[in-house]
Design a protein around this ligand. Structure first.
Ligand code: TEU
Ligand code: CA
Length: 533
């Protein structure tokens, strides 16, 4: 079934860091409402809103204690509905964050579940007896330590793939599946357009494996059931957060006839620059691999799925710092955007990315807030292998907080994010605020605006078939072809010039260019979209 996803350009809002309107230092829904025109002008037509449900905040809202409410620090349900109406009246759809692999340990289901072995909610979670007085298996949690937590009251362990305040739901229990489907219908009935589905391939566990994780035997069955009970009747759009899949596995989740998810993120390129994907263990970026991986997914999904194009989110440091060049902030930020969003797929843009932000500087451990960072620091420090300076450098390289500092709206104190004390440090660099970039024709922001407008108005860019023609010596060329039209995307991924590749057509019009001219040489980080004539 044809959905609106091929038209979608999605902007991710991390509400805590977007805009604070009541001076408590925390972004809020009224802040989002006040910036809807900004989003419209940027040219996005959908928003993915990170969790804004009631939560104790152990993992910034990814630990939900009430699936049907709005966290008081973000506003009220009425504020939420006003925001939703405001989006819809501007032609912007809303994807909420669906976090159903786990709840908070303060969710009423878990409060009940841990009371006794025969509590009606016991089987809402995954409880196991100790094995020889130890954890049931060797699984390790994403935020460090065992994935099992012993609960004195009933003498059993519960499973948590993330923090111990995020117990995993037991999807084997049909009652859990019905509760989740009902909850999804509650939001869809209210007018929400779809969901970004947090770690969704973990809902079915594979206990035969030595390491914690998902893609268990009933994954497809569970997703299809949700599709039938809630998603399909509302024509909801879903994008699954699924780490570590192959294109073939992604097709099994998103193929047109599967009746599971609409799309999944692919993050393989986001593991680059990290030894074995370990975010706190840097290695030099393999720029050729960056392009090759993106191309591999374009080709792998071409027949029966629609890719997702992403380089930043709330779990990642800023793309400019990771994949760009701080000596060429404008050129490399716009080149990365031009190269990525010229591809076939739904573009996801993380708040602040459209300004070409780089990572903020963290001067000491107490400037960090993220549970993963704080736990990793502690674990690495206890290993005794690193000096304090080395540890801080590691956190600066990989911390999720790099992407979580507030949006610099203006040149005022705290970038106009708050009139109070911000929940996390703010960094406001000259030239990197919305206020300045709106005024500057040559800003990253205005480049994004132009690029998104083009993407939307051109059928070939929307659905044209992808082909990689060249990727060597830091230069790439790919084409998008539809109904006899071809767009060429030519990108220089280096700070040196080179001769313009010969595989471009003789006659063309320039659709997009991050330099004033295009000719026989490619300038540092130059990227152009050409239409063959
Ligand atoms: O993230 C899942 C995930 O696997 C990682 O991206 C995560 O950020 C971490 O680095 C694992 O080492 C999702 C959310 O995006 C993330 O913010 C949550 O913390 C996590 O799920 C748990 O809900
Ligand atoms: Ca606030």
């Amino acid at each position: 079934m044809e959905r609106w996803h091929k038209e979608a350009i999605v902007y991710q809002i991390y509400p805590k860091s977007f805009l604070d309107t009541n001076g408590d230092g925390i972004g809020d829904i009224r802040g989002i409402i006040s910036k809807l025109d900004y989003l419209k002008e940027l040219g996005v037509n959908a928003v993915w809103l990170s969790p804004c449900y009631p939560s104790p905040g152990d993992d910034n809202g990814y630990d939900i204690s009430d699936y049907r409410g709005i966290a008081p620090e973000y506003g009220t349900l009425d504020d939420f509905k006003e925001m939703l109406d405001g989006m819809h009246s501007r032609g912007i759809k809303l994807l909420m964050d669906l976090v159903v692999n786990h709840t908070s340990d303060e969710h009423e289901w878990f409060i009940e579940s841990r009371k006794s072995r025969d509590n009606p909610y016991r089987d809402y979670y995954i409880w196991r007896d100790p094995v020889d007085g130890h954890e049931p298996n060797e699984w390790v949690a994403a935020f460090g330590g065992s994935a099992w937590e012993f609960d004195e009251a009933t003498g059993q362990y519960y499973l948590h793939l993330f923090s111990k305040k995020q117990p995993d739901l037991n999807w084997e229990n049909p009652k859990v599946r019905q509760e989740i489907a009902d909850m999804i219908n509650y939001w869809l009935d209210m007018g929400v357009d779809g969901f970004r589905c947090d770690v969704i391939n973990n809902i079915s566990k594979d206990f035969t494996r030595p390491y914690a994780g998902g893609n268990g035997p009933r994954l497809h069955e569970f997703l299809h059931e949700l599709h039938v009970r809630a998603l399909e009747p509302h024509k909801a759009l879903t994008v699954g957060e699924t780490w570590g899949l192959t294109p073939a596995q992604a097709l099994e989740l998103t193929g047109e006839k599967r009746g599971e998810l609409t799309m999944t993120f692919q993050f393989e390129h986001l593991l680059l620059g990290r030894v074995n994907g370990d975010k706190f263990d840097p290695e030099p970026l393999d720029k050729k691999a960056f392009v090759d991986i993106l191309a591999k997914w374009e080709v792998g999904l071409k027949d029966d799925s629609y890719p997702v194009l992403v380089m930043e989110n709330h779990d990642q440091p800023r793309a400019l710092s990771r994949f760009g060049d701080l000596e060429y902030p404008y050129e490399s930020a716009t080149m990365l955007a031009s190269m990525l969003y010229g591809m076939r797929g739904v573009g996801f843009i993380y708040q602040g990315q459209e300004l070409g932000l780089h990572d903020p500087t963290f001067n000491s451990l107490d400037e960090y807030r993220d549970i993963e960072t704080l736990n990793a620091y502690k674990e690495l420090k206890e290993s005794g292998r690193f000096t304090d300076g080395e540890l801080l450098a590691k956190m600066q390289y990989g911390s999720r907080d790099c992407g979580r500092t507030p949006i610099p709206w203006t040149t005022e104190k705290h970038g106009g994010f708050t009139s109070g004390t911000p929940w996390i440090k703010t960094q406001v660099d000259s030239g990197f605020t919305v206020e300045e970039q709106e005024r500057d024709e040559g800003s990253v922001l205005n480049f994004y605006r132009k690029m998104l407008k083009l993407r939307k108005s051109d059928a070939c860019l929307k659905d044209g078939e992808f082909e990689l023609l060249l990727n060597e010596d830091d230069t790439s060329v790919y084409t998008r072809t539809l109904d006899g039209e071809t767009v060429y995307v030519v990108s220089r991924y280096a700070s040196s010039e080179c001769a313009t590749p010969e595989c471009i057509p003789e006659n063309y019009t320039v659709l997009l260019n991050n330099y004033a001219d295009f000719g026989k040489t490619l300038k540092p980080y130059q990227s152009v979209w050409l239409k063959k004539i």
